[in-house]
Write a protein that binds this ligand. Structure first.
Ligand SMILES: [Mg+2]
Length: 334
């Protein structure tokens, strides 16, 4: 069996929770990405953050042990600019609400920029910048009400920071939508556009989406009809994966990125609902997860990766058959 990563020609990889943790490196990501690249899998890092330029994101990533040039970064600002270029001619006038990253992305796609609705822009592109206020939002509303299309880089309602959750782009977009009543197109995750744009831009024919969050990375990958890899180094944990709704289910369930260069053993489910993966097996009995000889999975227990995949497959099978499942919190250790 060949390595999991060798099936793909481009990894569309999330940043926070996958490649690093905020200001801290993830050691398994540093070694896993290096090994996968060495084995011939190129990476593009895909982020909903539209306020930073690819150069700034690349510097941050490189400083945390994953050396990456700006060309291997895709921001939701770039995806929005890519969408503009696909829908409109070069030189189209765009009213931009946002930061340097968004301005640079739109200029790179040969769009002309304005900040005034009086210039009659064809499009309003809105991304997060911390100095956006009433005046810019009002210009956006005036332009949209005059017929401009509204494109948002992403609809994240909050922005996680060291201090807690601050206002994300989605909340500022909501202010505009509240005044216009017109729903914007969003290019960020969990919409599929950012992944489709990245694959197209890099000429990939067999890309894979890699992420830690089921409701953004994995949901976006599923919406783009691409295979998805989930890692347990970030937000969504093993229990979340077991209980995932069909549109948020990752194709491959890994602990971390070092498994990209290993063969992937998938779980199989028999007609009676018993799932097996390697020597491990699992089943849902009376709504409860069991492993091996119908031993109920206890709260706080640690399992290996094969048992984890068997549990996931058994739970999804049971959920699809209409069973409601009680799942304890558990960890995957090896
Ligand atoms: Mg993440």
């Amino acid at each position: 069996m060949s390595a999991l990563g060798s099936q793909f020609d481009l990894a569309l990889c999330d940043l926070d929770g996958v490649a690093f943790h905020g200001q801290n490196p993830i050691p398994s990501a540093v070694t896993g990405i290096a090994a996968a690249r060495e084995a011939g899998l190129p990476f593009v890092f895909v982020t909903n953050n539209a306020s930073r330029t690819p150069g700034q994101v690349a510097d941050h990533l490189s400083g945390l042990g994953v050396p990456t040039p700006p060309e291997q970064i895709m921001t939701s600002a770039m995806a929005a600019a890519y969408l503009c270029a696909k829908r409109y001619e070069r030189g189209t006038l765009v009213l931009v609400v946002g930061g340097d990253g968004l301005r640079e992305a739109l200029t790179n796609e040969d769009m002309r920029l304005t900040e005034s609705a009086a210039d009659r822009p064809d499009v309003v592109v809105q991304g997060l910048a911390k100095d956006v206020g009433w005046a810019q939002l009002s210009e956006a509303v005036l332009a949209i009400n005059a017929g401009a299309e509204h494109i948002a880089t992403n609809l994240d309602s909050t922005l996680p920071t060291e201090r807690g959750f601050e206002i994300g782009n989605g909340s500022l977009v909501a202010a505009v939508v509240n005044a216009t009543g017109i729903t914007p197109t969003s290019t960020g995750k969990p919409e599929p556009e950012i992944f489709l744009a990245t694959a197209a831009k890099h000429g990939a024919s067999a890309p894979v989406v890699i992420g830690d969050r089921l409701n953004t990375d994995i949901a976006g990958g599923v919406a783009a009809k691409l295979p998805t890899v989930h890692v347990l180094t970030g937000v969504s944990d093993a229990r979340d994966v077991v209980l995932a709704a069909p549109h948020e289910r990752p194709t491959y369930q890994l602990l971390d990125l070092t498994e990209l260069t290993e063969p992937y053993e998938a779980a199989e489910v028999a007609a009676d609902g018993r799932a097996t993966c390697g020597d491990a097996s699992a089943k849902v009995t009376g709504g409860r997860l069991t492993v091996g000889d119908d031993q109920v999975l206890a709260d706080g227990v640690a399992v290996d990766r094969y048992t984890y995949r068997a549990l996931v497959a058994a739970a999804w099978h049971a959920a699809d058959a209409g069973e409601s499942i009680e799942a304890p919190i558990f960890t995957v250790t090896s």
